[in-house]
Write a protein that binds this ligand. Structure first.
Ligand code: ADP
Length: 595
């Protein structure tokens, strides 16, 4: 039984006299003095996605309401705002702890509320002191039994859980963050699948062999060819499964990502991972799969033979032991948000490089698997994404225009320096070598419209405008001047580029897709930097998604899928191959774990 000890429950209320007059001779009681003038005040703070604007109502020195007027925080992180609002209202103080994994959002929100107090000529210490009940609970260790435990509720984990459940297993998903989704949620979630239905409609020739070759070449041929083949051969079936079983809606479009020799990437609704994760969560709920949030797996449990038979986990209030009848599936994502681990395996990828990743991508699954003898592979291969927010590292979706082929990328000198549809690592290193280690991505009105930017990414565009990271101008010169780019050189660059489009060949950088010239005003320029995006290395698995040990033998009872695994993408992952990988191997892991 959980013991709840209430130490103190004393809410000091200052009784406010209302002035009940009983006659002319009785003195009116003095109105209660408040330090802060009652009213509603607004304030702004700086979160991860830019300004967080709030409206705070104060009555008798007590904050009675906080409304968020606007914010652009990453989905999932924005839940921190709700948690902090509740806490501030509960204790009438801004001395609140930041929400784990969402420190920038938390600090930005508290800054906004503090600013609102400032607008009332008040400081946080002027709020009425309220002594609140302090409740402490003694942690208990709860033991639960099930067939399969999945660690991580990102794309791979939810896929695996749905498949395991469909195969008849009783499944529990553990997610350490307050929301599901991981990196999958905040990705564009385009999905490479050769011979897909859109290619057929558009008359695009493609093949599984070509997809394999592109993936191996993109990874400098250090990928595990057998695993690559599994992904390429099952990618289309995975996309169809997401569409037909899970209910994911795909746009009537295809994108061509760097390193792919054909336009083969399906685009989920709104070009966002949200289209996949929300449908998977609905499906999981329908099927009765519990997704335990705020529950962090900390260790795998093995029996005397080395077989994995369970997971230890920490919840908000209790510790857990999940005993598994069948298997554990590790789907806890990569380690892009763990600077220490990045530097351990690749000293070049230090804290000076921002990251696009979800705060949950800290490599926990890799550490847990290693502790039970799993082999790791390719840990030093860490990919940066070329086009990210110079302030926060967030991947910028205005860059979709590049993937539709409509942009050129230049440096401060107004010159192109890299193929715009080249490999992410090559582009990133190219950008790092330019003045200020930044790049400028240019498109015209035609490119802007044909890439559905306003329809899909309006909030991001507004944030970029507000932070001088995106400019729209009537002339090229004006757009260049905004950033101090050499305008004459930029004009020459664009003239040359337009002639390459007319010829259908780019003799300078061999850009593989030249669908449109850049000549229709207004012009747009995005300022961007590379940031850590994907960790290619991870747990060694076989074609059945079983985890393999240092001797090459299978660790019984243990499967892994998604970014937590290594070997599939070699030195460098091609864009849109991740969602194919996590879906294909998530399905395989789920099906096999249920056996
Ligand atoms: P993938 O693309 O491989 O599915 P994601 O990053 O989308 O990877 O999802 C991985 C999920 O695993 C994230 O939601 C992350 O918060 C979660 N996670 C990471 N470590 C743990 C852990 N120790 N316990 C539970 N969940 C975890």
């Amino acid at each position: 039984m959980k013991k709840i000890m209430i130490y103190l429950l004393m809410i000091a209320m200052i009784v406010t006299a209302t002035g009940c007059s009983q006659g002319a001779t009785v003195e009116e009681p003095e109105a209660a003095k408040t330090a802060i003038e009652n009213g509603t005040y607004t304030g702004v703070g700086e979160g991860k996605g830019g300004d967080i604007s709030v409206e705070v109502t104060i009555e008798e020195d007590v904050i009675t309401a906080i409304n968020v007027l606007s914010q652009n925080e990453t989905e999932g992180l924005d839940q921190a705002i709700g948690t902090l609002t509740e806490e501030i209202l509960r204790i009438n103080s801004l001395e609140v702890d930041v929400v784990a994994g969402a420190s920038v959002t938390s600090n930005g929100f508290v800054e906004a509320v503090t600013a609102a107090l400032g607008a009332a000529n008040a400081t946080p210490d002027m709020l009425k002191k309220i002594e609140v009940a302090e409740v402490t609970t003694e942690r208990e260790t709860v033991t639960e039994k099930c067939d399969v435990v999945v660690i991580g509720a990102g794309g791979a984990g939810l896929t695996a859980a749905i498949e395991a459940k469909a195969a008849g297993a009783n499944v529990i998903v553990l997610e350490k963050m307050p929301a599901a989704g991981g990196n999958t949620l905040i990705s564009g979630a385009e999905y490479a699948a050769s011979n897909n239905w859109m290619q057929k409609e558009m008359g695009i020739e493609d093949s599984i062999e070509q997809h394999i070759e592109d993936t191996l070449k993109g990874g400098d041929y250090v990928n595990d060819p057998a695993l690559v083949r599994v992904v390429a051969e099952n990618a289309l079936a995975g996309a169809e499964w997401l569409r037909d079983f899970v209910g994911v809606v795909w746009e009537d479009e295809l994108m061509q990502f760097g390193g792919h020799s054909a336009k083969r990437s399906l685009v989920p609704e709104g070009a966002s991972g949200r289209a996949i994760i929300t449908k998977q969560l609905v499906k999981a709920e329908e099927m009765g799969i519990p997704v335990l949030l705020n529950t962090k797996a900390t260790a795998l449990i093995t029996d005397e033979t080395g077989k994995v038979v369970g997971v230890e986990a920490e919840g908000k209030e209790n510790d857990y032991i999940f005993e598994t009848n069948k298997a554990v599936i590790i789907a806890s994502g990569g380690f892009g948000s763990n600077v220490e681990m990045r530097v351990k395996y690749n000293p070049d990828i230090d804290g000076s490089i921002l990251s696009t990743n979800s705060p949950g991508s800290t490599g926990d699954g890799i550490v847990m698997a290693e502790a039970v003898g799993a082999d790791l592979t390719g840990m030093e291969f860490i990919q940066t994404y070329p086009i990210c927010d110079p302030l926060s590292g967030t991947l910028l979706y205005v860059d979709d225009a590049r993937l539709y082929g409509h942009t050129v990328i230049v440096n401060l000198e107004g010159k192109r320096f890299v193929e715009e549809l080249g490999r992410r690592d090559v582009m990133s290193m190219g950008i790092k070598a330019q003045t200020g280690s930044v790049c400028y991505e240019l498109m015209d009105q035609n490119g802007f419209e044909k890439s559905y930017l306003q329809e899909n990414h309006a909030a991001e565009i507004e944030y970029l405008y507000n932070n001088d990271l995106f400019v729209k101008a009537d002339t090229l010169e004006e757009a260049a001047a905004f950033y101090g780019i050499d305008a004459a050189e930029l004009k020459t660059t664009v003239d040359n580029y337009n002639s390459y489009v007319a010829d259908g060949v780019d003799p300078e950088f061999n850009k593989r897709s030249l669908p449109s010239t850049i000549e229709k005003a207004p012009y747009y320029i995005l300022k961007a930097v590379p940031a850590v995006h994907h960790t290619m290395g991870g747990i060694m698995i076989n074609e059945s998604a079983q985890v393999v040990d240092l001797e090459g033998s299978v660790i019984e009872g243990l499967f892994a899928a998604g970014e937590v695994t290594g070997g599939i993408h070699g030195k460098n992952r091609l864009g849109s191959n991740a969602i194919a990988d996590i879906t294909v191997f998530g399905r395989i892991a789920g099906q096999n774990a249920a056996k």
